[in-house]
Design a protein around this ligand. Sequence first.
Ligand SMILES: [Fe+2]
Length: 158
Amino acid sequence: MSSAVVVPRAEPAAEVGVAAELQSTLVELIDLSLIAKQAHWNVSGPLFRPLHLHFDEIADEARGWADDVAERLEAIGVAADGRTASVAAGSGLAAMPEGKVEGAAAVRLVSDRLDRIAERVRQRVEGLDGGDALSQDVLIEVGRGLEKQGWMLREQAV
Ligand SMILES: [Fe+2]
């Protein structure tokens, strides 16, 4: 009879911390997808076309990252919470203004919010050093993507 393979697991307290970090990231990414869509629809001015397309790309990426984070939560045995009320209560990001927004203002509105999430994700990645490396890896991927989009937005700021 072979001996059982013991898979090392993180301490329960650490798992709770990892889940909280993933859940916070999840609601922020869902909010970012909505923020980017709002900008996609309402941007106006001479740069309408490239900004309209760029904001849609950010919305798509945010939805993909949110899915990765939610499925990591499920993989560690925690139910992901992407409900509207949870996003509104948890993201902590300022609402987008109502109505049309001129191109440069739209870039600032989205990039301010995106940069804030990127900074939080970077802090979470650093906080997970020595913890659950696989969850940390998911957040590293998200953070890298956020910072790339932040750079691309800043390059369009006029
Ligand atoms: Fe569209």
